[in-house]
Design a protein around this ligand. Structure first.
Ligand code: HEC
Ligand code: HEC
Ligand code: HEC
Ligand code: HEC
Ligand code: HEC
Length: 186
């Protein structure tokens, strides 16, 4: 009798150990493996440095079009003004000149703040409300050595730094802007 009891409790203890081991594996998968599997890592076509262009004004490259929409990232005609011929021996500039400017190809920049098609976003009302770029974007003036990696969600195609609906709504609530669904979903 005694023998039997001991082996049952031994089995319970073993079961407990398996449970804890399983839990640890699940936590590692959830916290470490799953996010790595969920996001694919994309890098920009070249390492553009905002710091190297600090003599230019932001508006030389990012400005409003007559219809109120934002120009977004500049096209190669902008870059050509100064980079028709290489002026440094930088490998990144060589890529710009040889792969894009000389071949007349636009640079396929990745947009970190990318929003899905069902969201309506415009810079104009936000500029009018005098918001800073860094309230919604990374700080490009903080001497970046390398452009950040873009983490793209494999299921949704969202960039990890896509602003979430709750973040838009939080600021709208704080500043008295509309949170009616059709404000952002037209
Ligand atoms: C010579 C042209 C040039 C100038 C000047 C310039 N930018 Fe840019 N900007 C770019 C290019 C090219 C990209 C795309 C690569 C990247 O994300 O850095 C970009 C990207 C950005 C983005 C990222 C948007 C996103 O979500 O992907 C922000 C924010 C930005 N610029 C802000 C600024 C600000 C603020 C200034 C002035 C301090 C500025 N830029 C000056 C060319 C320029
Ligand atoms: C008004 C002139 C001007 C314009 C317009 C301009 N650049 Fe430049 N760019 C420069 C100068 C000057 C440098 C050299 C900075 C240094 O290293 O001293 C430079 C350097 C670079 C480099 C090499 C940086 C490094 O450290 O390796 C790259 C890449 C580059 N530019 C990309 C671009 C792209 C892309 C555009 C268009 C979106 C652009 N530039 C538009 C003036 C310009
Ligand atoms: C209220 C938040 C907010 C502010 C403030 C803001 N942006 Fe954006 N920006 C966004 C969002 C959201 C996107 C993505 C838009 C999309 O995918 O349709 C974006 C996209 C961009 C892009 C890439 C657009 C493209 O299509 O290539 C650039 C460049 C950019 N912003 C620059 C700036 C600059 C420069 C400032 C400051 C003058 C600024 N933004 C202020 C939210 C903001
Ligand atoms: C940091 C604050 C802030 C953030 C973040 C923000 N907004 Fe706004 N938004 C404002 C303000 C302020 C206004 C201007 C309201 C006005 O003019 O009455 C505005 C106006 C708008 C308008 C125009 C509203 C109208 O009635 O015409 C749209 C559309 C909009 N925002 C969409 C978005 C979306 C989409 C996001 C998230 C991707 C976002 N906003 C994030 C502050 C913000
Ligand atoms: C201030 C802007 C804003 C307002 C107001 C807003 N949304 Fe959104 N909504 C977004 C943004 C940005 C996204 C995409 C990012 C995300 O999924 O969080 C989104 C995503 C969604 C999605 C998920 C779609 C997908 O592809 O994942 C649904 C559903 C949605 N909104 C419904 C609503 C409804 C219903 C309302 C009104 C009660 C509303 N939204 C009001 C900005 C807004």
């Amino acid at each position: 009798m005694k023998e039997e009891k001991r082996s049952t409790s031994g089995r319970t203890m073993l079961g407990g150990l398996f449970f804890i081991a399983g839990l640890i594996v699940a936590l590692i998968v959830g916290w470490v493996v799953f996010p790595k599997v969920l996001y694919s890592q994309k890098t920009q076509p070249m390492n553009f440095s905002h710091a190297a262009h600090e003599d230019s004004a932001c508006e030389d490259c990012h400005y409003f079009l007559p219809d109120g929409s934002y120009s977004g990232t500049p096209g190669i005609e902008n870059c050509r003004q100064c980079h028709e011929e290489p002026m440094t021996d930088s490998e990144q500039e060589r890529i710009l000149v040889e792969e894009y400017i000389q071949k007349d190809r636009e640079i396929p920049w990745l947009v970190y703040g990318w929003q899905p098609d069902n969201v309506y976003f415009s810079h104009a009302p936000h500029q009018a409300a005098e918001l800073e770029c860094v309230q919604c974007h990374r700080d490009v003036t903080a001497d970046e050595e390398k452009l950040p990696i873009l983490y793209e969600n494999r299921w949704t195609g969202y960039s990890k730094s896509t602003m979430k609906m709750v973040e838009c709504e939080k600021c709208h609530a704080e500043r008295g802007a509309s949170n009616a669904c059709q404000t952002c979903h037209k």
